[in-house]
Write a protein that binds this ligand. Structure first.
Ligand code: FEO
Length: 179
C-alpha cells in the first residue's frame, strides 16, 4: 500500500502532467493559428503523451490502494511571440518536470517505497528524451532565426511525428482532415 506522503506527492504530479497536457495543447492551438501545422501536430502528439503520463501516475495510485485527488489546473499562456519562444517554454517546462520526478524519487527513497521505483525510473528515462527533443528543436529554431524557409522546413519535419496508437488527438480521429 502506498504511504500518505508519496500519495500526496504523486497527486501533485498528476496535476503537473495534466498541466503539461494543457500547455502543449495550448501551444498546438497557437501553432495552428499561425498555419504552422507541423508544429501544431507535434504539440498534439506531445499533449497525448502527457495525458498518458498523468494516467500512469493515476493508475499507480489506484493499484497501490491510495486515492487520487485531482487539483485545479492554472490559467495558461495562450500566445507566444514566436515559435522559438514557445519551444523555449516547452524546454524549460520539461526541465521543471524533470526536477519534480527527481523530488518524487527522493520522497520514494526516504519512505522506502521500493514498489514505485520501476515506475519512477521509467519517468526519469522519459525525461531524458523529453528534454532532448524540446532542446533540439529550440536549438534548430535559434539556428534558422528569421529565415522563413528554414522555419517551414522545421515545420514539415515536425509534422512527421507519429501519434501514439489509438490517439484521439489527430484531426481525422474527430472527423477532420489530417495535414
Ligand atoms: Fe510528462 Fe513532458 O513530461
Amino acid at each position: 500500500m502506498i504511504g500518505e506522503r508519496l500519495n500526496r506527492a504523486i497527486n501533485d504530479q498528476i496535476k503537473n502532467e495534466l498541466e503539461s497536457y494543457y500547455i502543449y495543447l495550448s501551444m498546438a492551438a497557437y501553432f495552428h493559428s499561425k498555419s504552422l501545422d507541423g508544429m501544431g501536430h507535434w504539440m498534439r502528439c506531445q499533449a497525448h503523451e502527457e495525458m498518458i503520463h498523468a494516467m500512469k501516475f493515476f493508475q499507480h495510485v489506484i493499484d497501490r490502494g491510495g486515492q487520487v485527488v485531482l487539483q485545479d489546473v492554472r490559467q495558461l499562456k495562450t500566445e507566444w511571440s514566436s515559435p522559438l519562444e514557445a519551444f523555449q517554454d516547452a524546454f524549460e517546462h520539461e526541465q521543471f518536470i524533470t526536477g519534480k520526478i527527481n523530488e518524487l524519487t527522493t520522497i520514494a527513497r526516504e519512505e522506502k517505497d521500493y514498489a514505485s521505483e520501476p515506475m519512477l525510473a521509467w519517468f526519469s528515462d522519459e525525461q531524458i528524451e523529453e528534454e532532448a527533443s524540446t532542446g533540439k528543436i529550440t536549438d534548430e529554431l535559434e539556428m534558422v532565426g528569421e529565415d522563413k524557409s528554414g522555419l517551414l522546413m522545421i515545420d514539415r519535419e515536425l509534422g512527421q511525428r507519429a501519434y501514439p496508437p489509438g490517439s484521439p488527438f489527430g484531426p481525422s480521429a474527430v472527423g477532420g482532415e489530417d495535414a
